[in-house]
Design a binder for this molecule. Structure first.
Ligand SMILES: Cc1cc2nc3c(=O)[nH]c(=O)nc-3n(C[C@H](O)[C@H](O)[C@H](O)COP(=O)(O)OP(=O)(O)OC[C@H]3O[C@@H](n4cnc5c(N)ncnc54)[C@H](O)[C@@H]3O)c2cc1C
Length: 420
């Protein structure tokens, strides 16, 4: 028989991706007894579990370099540098986009260190499967591991699950995809070895190779224009394998994972045949999981709109900044970008993190309340750190005040080094 287990915390964060870790550290820094629950064996979400190693959104496109995320996000970058070697923001000279590359192992370790230093109680290998609600408050969640069920009560909760699991389980309002129910493409990241360090990475050569493959009748190739990066290790990271997938549904995910692996081997084949220097290339790893860009969005007290993002809106209750352009991925098509005014940033208001209809439930990361265009910018990991940090602070403060006002949250975020 399984033993019934019950825990009590001030704040519980569901999901341990960029947003969840920032939320948990932010809440603990306020002094809240904080638990973070993650179903994977490590933290980092897509950054570790789907090998999304290029962190976007820490810097705007403006020149000179303009950092738009501080606080826990900046501590993460410092932690990566402390593990070494020092991280260097990389600007793409063509687009002006600035990214930070961090491989999955470093991210896992840096996130462990951040959480432990802040005094957060971590719970990996643990999935949230239920929520109890009284009036407008989540009072308890139900989790499962191999030992059985575990219930956790808390004064406040943050949904940083990427799929809005907690909000859905609590009966909150969510939307799947855009207004028509369409979601951005899922992509399986390929890590490729066996390419000498002096082989230049020229994106057009990959496109030509894929076109040659398609002309030769290989029908298991999707995107022709994708991102290719050289990692510090010398390995190549390639993002071409797109799938149309419902990231909530195991049947759809299973079909997409298997089809994506078939695609990955086809891509490797055409690269080996047609890209100079890739003759001995081999697949080090896919995934581990197919990357899911989009499923559900929470309905908050304010829906951040595409025009807010593109016009670089300012809000009095701003608690985070988004500095990454709108980036839309339709399955099999090249990414489409739209720029933020002045290549600068827009404000994200606290109301977009406050789950509508609840007084103690906050959302963070790629599920925050926004329309499809705003989502295409706010979803990136640097911005997820910023919204997570703000949601964690708001959750911790809502254990002390009926509903914290934005000035209080902003003051505490500033005390913790955030840029608001
Ligand atoms: C293929 C791909 C490429 C991308 N490229 C970039 C890029 O180059 N740069 C960039 O910055 N962003 C990129 N993104 C977007 C970015 O990775 C995500 O939007 C970002 O990771 C969102 O962070 P998050 O913390 O909200 O969610 P996630 O990273 O998805 O983390 C959510 C976490 O919650 C956990 N979880 C979910 N449900 C439960 C549950 N019920 N119980 C317990 N745990 C749960 C999950 O296991 C996961 O670890 C890309 C995304 C994809 C898929």
């Amino acid at each position: 028989m399984f033993k019934q287990r019950k825990l009590e915390f001030d704040v519980v964060v569901v999901g341990g991706g960029s947003a969840g870790v920032a939320a948990a550290v932010g809440a603990a820094n306020v002094g809240a007894k904080t638990l973070i629950v993650e179903r994977n064996p490590y933290f980092g979400g897509a950054g570790t579990h789907s090998s999304v190693f290029s962190y976007c959104g820490f810097f705007a496109q403006a020149e000179p370099l303009q950092q738009v995320v501080g606080g826990v996000g900046a501590q993460f970058l410092e932690e990566l540098s402390a593990i070494g070697p020092e991280i260097e923001p990389r600007r793409n000279p063509a687009s002006g986009n600035v990214i930070v590359i961090a491989d999955g192992e470093k991210s896992k370790y840096a996130l462990d260190r951040l959480l432990l230093r802040a005094g957060v109680v971590p719970r990996l290998h643990c999935q949230v499967i239920g929520a109890q609600v009284q009036e407008n408050r989540v009072v308890e969640i139900e989790c499962v591991d191999h030992a059985g069920r575990l219930t956790v009560s808390a004064d406040a909760f943050v949904d940083a699950s990427g799929e809005a699991d907690l909000t859905t389980l609590a009966g909150g309002a969510v939307r799947f995809g855009d207004d028509e129910g369409q979601v951005q493409a899922g992509t399986l990241v390929m890590r490729i070895g066996g390419v000498a360090r002096d082989v230049p990475i020229v994106r057009e050569l990959f496109t030509e190779a894929i076109q040659l493959g398609k002309q030769a009748g290989i029908d298991t190739l999707s995107k022709e224009k994708g991102m290719v990066l050289r990692l510090a290790s010398g390995d190549i990271l390639a993002l071409f394998v797109d799938e149309s997938v419902n990231g909530l549904d195991a049947a759809s995910l299973t079909a997409a994972e298997m089809s994506a692996r078939q695609q990955a081997w086809s891509y490797l084949d055409v690269f080996r045949r047609h890209v100079p220097g890739f003759e001995s290339a081999y697949l080090i790893q896919t995934g581990p999981a197919l990357g899911i860009r989009e499923t559900r969005h929470v309905r908050g007290q304010y829906t951040l709109a595409g025009e807010d993002v593109l016009s670089g809106v300012r809000h009095l209750d701003a608690v985070a900044r988004g500095g990454w352009p709108v980036e839309i991925h339709q399955p099999g098509a090249p990414a489409v970008y739209q720029q933020i005014r002045d290549k600068s940033y827009y404000d994200i208001p606290l109301r977009s993190l406050a789950v509508d209809g609840f007084s103690n439930l906050w959302c963070a990361g790629r599920i925050i309340s926004c329309d499809a265009i705003a989502f295409a910018s706010a979803r990136v990991m640097g911005t997820a750190f910023a919204t997570g940090h703000a949601a964690g602070v708001a959750a911790a403060q809502s254990t002390r005040f009926t509903h914290p006002d934005a000035d209080l949250v902003r003051a505490e975020l500033l005390r913790q080094g955030a840029l608001v």
